[in-house]
Design a protein. Structure first.
Lengths: 681, 552
């Protein structure tokens, strides 16, 4: 494939959805109306095909061709790994800050792109059925196209600045889509909350970028300061591990600080404790949006960022430990919260938060030893990959339930749907089993990898104890995952057949346009792990990314696999016992451990804590500020303004317009003049 | 090109004169058409000016024109590429005052911004101004003249004359066509800013007299003054005093915390057009004054006082302004306080005193003009429909006014610095520049980005989202509430297009202002430049000789 063709393919991946977004936004409301899905569908199909070409054809060919580097081909081998660049235009260039709009794809990008475009294509197909009667139909597809464009650009960015741009852009799309039904006050509030909480993370990201940009380095023995990172491009910052090592040695605090800042950004976008509060509320958006943005793609951007910045994190073991620790805390808290939620979508949302925590747990394991870095990142990214399929599937199936139940999603109000909704039932079951980690399904392999890495880390010399604790949390959370997932499954699909009145008398099964994406995703959720996991297709491909070292030997972790199978099946078994065999148990447990139950049901009261500790105090300070503004600052200004007036009191009295006083003053003046004249002589 | 400048400057003045002369025979409808034609003509000419200037400066060979070269002493930090100088007054033995009109990249873009916002202001006053329309538009156009005049003046006398000239028309606009508290607001605005600029004047007079005594023949010419002071800097103590004196007027004009209290009052009382021009351009006279006068003439004082003190005040302004905005219930007041915060970013970038920061600052001036101008226009549209600006009285308007709601979301995103729209680039560069100079200030300033999203999206949520809520009296009788009409669309659309354009491709704009900013920033960052050069040369060595570097 010629280089020009490569560039065109690369550009088509983001350009097609952008074009679709523009067309739908301009023509949608008046012309396309309920055909607005067509531009979106075709654009996403184009993107998906191009991503596949990139994944299967371009990058492998680049890798082969790269061995003898010659001429000015836009291929760089060496530390940067195989990569393809597509040049664009200069965005801005000021002083020593340069930003170009250009694309850069390497292995991790290709994997992310294929996953993003594939899942979004399926979600868009599902969405056209799900949204079919909504008056905002064109708006929905315009925003989804814009989102896919932004997400593709996010992973195709070759520099931190461009990454930040699209980091914010996906946030905008998330805002627009969470607030899609803006007439609902709760949706409007959730949209704002998501944007503002994400901005807290963005604050960290922007600080991290500034820190990278201003990092300086001094050649020992001379006064010359220079910048080790030529630009904010990934290749310049992350490509030369030796240089990072030198900086880390000379300025030990710098790299960890950068990593903490970047991780703060990741925490916002990937909903990690304590910034996870926005994600459950984001379920106010249409369900296809929850599946696409808030489960499969956007929320994994933080994981992608940390994985991408591995060369920096490697130099900051404490930052890595923080990544693992926060991940573990998030996973546990979210899983405990999910146990008692009754809103099906919220259970899935907390499960997303929890699974993201798993990914971060894995990513931080590099702190336990340099040889663990690559397996750790591979495990985290592999879980990201499989999670996208089964969680999108679960959300879409939940959407199908919601569609059938007349937009009711409270699990207490329906049950026994397996007869009425057979397709939804078995696809949900596949997704739930994959999430729970039932052997051979997608989630099993990736969770296994994570547990294996954690096991290795807990055996390390230095931080063995720390990672031992994290491993214990991970195992406990894995059990909880299986339990709450199947709790939701049994509550929804088993038991007596009950429908809410909103559903009418005959709940309708998903239409074919909704059923086919479900089936496709179910096949993926079942098989994709087995195909690319134990065969190491995924790992070998990913490890060509800059900063990772290809693993030479592969082995399956039989003991871990056995243990996690037992855990998954035990979780499912308990769920069956509690919610099918003897449904009285949960209530009695809830009574017995009422405080714990309330904490879980109250979502650990994090929303209330946030409101009490941050929102209300800030609002109070804001009101105080206006009072200070009005009475103190403006008061001083007005007082100063009165000074001339008060100074004029004496002269004003002299010019009071009273003739007798003028006469008096005149008399005094005359006398004084006379006296003066007399004394002069 | 200088002819184009004079045409752009004189069209509004001539139109204003026309409107005043025939004010008795012009009714509301004809007056607004005359004003519209005049402002559009000024916009066209200034647009042409911008295009021509760009062709001469950015890629002259491609456009087939001769590149412009500055005739100013290269030591000067102010390098107008187009100039018109006319001896004016000869006082004393050596002192030669001259009238010095000129153009550089910054002024040419600011002029274009002014004329664009004036057209929008005329369009938005179309129905809102019923009585004494002729006088209103005359005032508006005189204001435009004054603003253009400031941006093309390169001598202190002209600068100051135009600077003060802008006060009078705006005073009348607030005092006559304003809200219920208009008199008090107008007087406060006028006296407060005038008091400040008189202190500035005293500082300027001192500089002129001092340099004239020391042998400078044309001490009012800014380029000459700057070049002269570059080789013979004022004593440091004197710089400090003069810096503070000159800064007084500009600090109030910007306004920098704590000199901002006239602003919310003036905004709330001013008619929409007044608010648009006040926020859009008039406030920038302050930051422009810092850029043109304080930075080139008192560089040592800027480093000594500007960075620590004005930097700190800007940071406070960003956070404080955002918090005040958060607590407002009147949406126009909210936008007014947001201006305080946004201009905090502008000043933060300016007093970073490096290329990135100053570029960010100039871009922020333009961007704030566009997005806050547009915000005031939207607030005006809501007020015209519902006669209230209280957020408690409104809600869910998006279902009734979808176009206005879309524009509001768009402009809010631009205002809170979403990348891809204009606001981001100015904020990002300002903060980046400040991060280089003082990371703590930059970090504190960046919290304003979070707060900005909070207060503006809260306002959007309260006014446009949720269930529909309108004041009781709305929609009765013959004034049915309708969405944006074509005239309002014409007023808003250009601003939105510019927001998107600058956001997507700021490089074109940056290239126009780049040489001027380099000239100013060169006063402060010479050494920095050198080490940057070293980087380029050293890098290859370092990469190759990693092993050779011994780490202690």
């Amino acid at each position: 494939m010629t280089e020009e063709l490569q560039q065109i393919v690369l550009w088509l991946i983001p350009a097609a959805p952008l074009l679709a977004a523009i067309i739908t936004a301009l023509l949608g409301p008046k012309l396309l109306r309920y055909k607005s899905h067509l531009p979106c569908w075709s654009a996403l199909a184009v993107s998906f095909v191009c991503s596949l070409i990139l994944l299967l054809k371009i990058l492998p060919s680049v890798e082969q061709a790269a061995t003898p580097v010659k001429g000015e081909v836009a291929i760089a081998q060496s530390a940067a790994g195989p990569q393809v660049m597509a040049s664009g235009f200069e965005w801005f260039s000021v002083g020593s800050l340069h930003a170009d709009i250009e694309l850069r794809a390497d292995s991790i990008t290709a994997i992310m792109l294929t996953m993003v475009t594939g899942v979004s294509l399926l979600v868009a197909v599902f969405g056209s059925g799900y949204m079919s009667h909504d008056p905002g139909y064109p708006r929905f597809f315009a925003a989804v196209s814009l989102f896919v464009f932004s997400m593709c650009m996010l992973v195709l960015s070759g520099s931190f600045i461009l990454l930040f741009v699209f980091w914010e852009a996906v946030g905008l799309c998330s805002y627009l889509l969470i607030g899609f039904w803006f007439q609902k006050p709760s949706a409007a509030a959730a949209a704002k909350k998501a944007f503002v909480v994400n901005r807290i993370g963005d604050f960290g990201l922007i600080m991290g970028i500034f820190l990278i940009w201003t990092t300086t380095f001094q050649i020992p023995g001379s006064d010359v300061l220079f910048r080790p990172f030529q630009s904010l491009n990934f290749v310049d910052v992350l490509g030369n591990t030796e240089l990072i090592k030198v900086v880390a040695l000379q300025n030990p605090g710098r790299i960890p600080l950068i990593c903490f800042c970047l991780f703060l950004g990741a925490m916002g976008k990937s909903a990690q404790f304590p910034l996870q509060v926005w994600l459950p509320d984001a379920m106010e958006g249409p369900t296809p949006v929850s599946a696409l943005i808030h489960a499969a793609t956007m929320v994994t951007a933080g994981v992608y960022l940390v994985a991408r910045c591995t060369p920096l994190f490697v130099m900051a073991p404490y930052a890595q430990m923080a990544v693992s620790g926060i991940g573990a805390a998030t996973a546990a808290i979210a899983a405990l919260t999910a146990l008692t939620q009754t809103d099906l979508k919220r259970v899935l949302a907390y499960s997303t938060v929890s699974q993201l925590g798993f990914m971060f747990m894995a990513l931080g394991c590099g702190a336990a030893g340099a040889e663990l870095v690559t397996p750790a990142v591979t495990a985290g990214m592999f879980h990201l990959f499989t999670h996208a399929f089964f969680k999108a599937l679960l959300f879409l199936a939940a959407g199908s339930v919601m569609h059938a139940m007349g937009d009711v999603i409270d699990m207490r109000r329906f049950s026994g749907l397996k007869h009425a909704l057979p397709i939804t039932h078995w696809t949900f079951l596949v997704g739930a089993a994959a999430l729970a980690g039932v052997p051979l399904l997608a989630g099993f392999w990736s969770k296994d990898d994570i547990l294996a890495v954690l096991k290795e880390a807990s055996h390390s010399q230095e931080h063995g104890l720390y990672f031992g604790v994290i491993r214990a949390i991970a195992i406990g959370t894995a059990f909880l995952t299986a339990f709450y997932t199947f709790r939701a499954y049994f509550m929804t699909f088993w038991g007596p057949e009950r429908y809410p009145e909103e559903a009418g008398h005959h709940p309708h099964e998903a239409t074919p346009i909704m059923a086919w994406p479900l089936r496709t995703l179910a096949v993926c959720a079942a098989g994709i792990g087995l195909i690319v996991g134990p065969t190491h297709l995924f790992g070998d491909y990913l490890q060509k990314t800059m900063g990772l070292t290809p693993e030479l030997e592969h082995h399956l972790h039989w003991s871990v696999m056995f243990m996690s199978s037992v855990i998954a099946l035990a979780g499912i078994g308990f769920a069956w016992m509690f919610y099918v065999a003897s449904p009285a148990i949960p209530a009695s447990i809830a009574r017995a451990m009422r405080p714990l139950y309330l904490i879980s049901q109250g979502k650990f009261f994090l929303d209330e804590i946030f409101t009490g500790m941050i929102v209300l105090p800030l609002r109070g300070i804001a009101i105080l500020a206006t009072l200070v503004d009005k009475y103190l600052i403006d008061g001083i200004v007005d007082t100063v303004g009165k000074v001339p007036k008060s100074l004029s009191i004496i002269p004003r009295q002299l010019h009071g317009g009273v003739v007798s006083s003028y006469a008096g003053v005149m008399w005094v003046g005359v006398v004084a003049a006379v006296v003066l004249v007399l004394t002069m002589f | 090109m200088i002819a184009l400048l004079f045409i752009s400057l004189s069209i509004p003045a001539a139109t204003a004169m026309l409107l005043m002369l025939f004010r008795s025979s012009l009714n509301q409808s004809s007056a607004r058409w005359v004003a519209c034609c005049g402002s559009v003509a000024a916009l066209l000419f200034s647009g042409l000016l911008l295009v021509q200037y760009r062709a001469h400066v950015v890629d002259p060979l491609e456009s087939g024109v001769t590149p412009l070269a500055s005739s100013v002493d290269p030591a000067s930090a102010i390098q107008p590429l187009v100039e018109y100088r006319e001896p004016w007054l000869k006082t004393g033995e050596r002192m030669q005052l001259e009238m010095y009109f000129g153009l550089d990249g910054i002024s040419v873009t600011m002029i274009a911004l002014t004329t664009l916002l004036t057209v929008c202001s005329v369009l938005i006053s179309w129905e809102a101004i019923q009585d004494r329309a002729s006088e209103f538009y005359a005032a508006l156009l005189i204001l435009e003249t004054g603003l253009i005049g400031v941006f093309c003046s390169f001598d202190l006398v002209l600068f100051y004359v135009f600077f003060e000239m802008t006060l009078i028309p705006l005073f009348f606009m607030i005092a006559i066509w304003g809200g219920p508290e208009r008199k008090w607001a107008a007087i406060k605005f006028f006296l407060y800013t005038l008091a400040g600029s008189l202190v500035t004047l005293s500082g300027l007079i001192y500089v002129v007299v001092y340099t004239s005594n020391a042998g400078l023949t044309n001490p009012t010419s800014l380029p000459a003054l700057s070049a002269w002071l570059a080789t013979r800097p004022l004593p440091e103590a004197m710089q400090m005093t003069l810096f503070l004196a000159v800064a007084a007027g500009f600090l109030i004009k910007v306004p920098v915390f704590p000199f901002h209290t006239w602003l919310p009052l003036a905004h709330v009382e001013a008619p929409t057009a007044g608010s648009v021009l006040l926020a859009g351009v008039l406030l920038k006279l302050g930051s422009y004054g810092f850029l043109r006068i304080c930075l080139p003439l008192f560089p040592a004082a800027c480093l000594e006082l500007g960075l620590p003190i004005i930097g700190l005040l800007s940071v406070i302004g960003i956070i404080y302004g955002s918090l005040c905005a958060l607590a407002q219930r009147d949406i126009k007041k909210l936008v007014a306080y947001s201006s305080v915060a946004h201009l905090g970013f502008c000043m933060l970038g300016l007093f970073a005193l490096n290329t990135e920061g100053i570029t960010g600052s100039v871009l922020q001036m333009i961007n704030h003009g566009l997005s806050t101008g547009a915000l005031f226009i939207i607030v005006g549209m809501i007020y015209e429909r519902y006669h209230t600006r209280m957020m408690d009285d409104l809600g869910g308007l998006a279902s009734k006014l979808p176009m206005i709601a879309c524009s509001m979301v768009f402009i809010s995103m631009s205002s809170i610095g979403l990348p891809g729209l204009n606001g981001f680039i100015g904020e990002f560069l300002s903060l980046a520049g400040m991060f280089k100079a003082n990371p703590l200030y930059a970090a504190l300033g960046t919290t304003g980005v979070v707060l900005g999203a909070w207060y503006l999206l809260t306002a959007v949520q309260r006014v446009f989202f949720g269930t529909l809520k309108e004041p009781h009296h709305a929609g009765h009788g013959d004034d049915e509430i309708t969405d944006m009409n074509p005239r309002e669309f014409l007023a808003l659309a250009p601003l939105m297009v510019m927001c998107l354009w600058i956001g997507v491709s700021p490089a074109g704009l940056i290239r126009i202002i780049e040489p001027d900013i380099k000239a100013v920033a060169g006063l402060f960052e010479n050494q920095d430049e050198i080490s940057n050069v070293e980087v380029v040369q050293n890098n290859s060595n370092v990469q190759n000789n990693n092993t050779a570097i011994s780490i202690p």
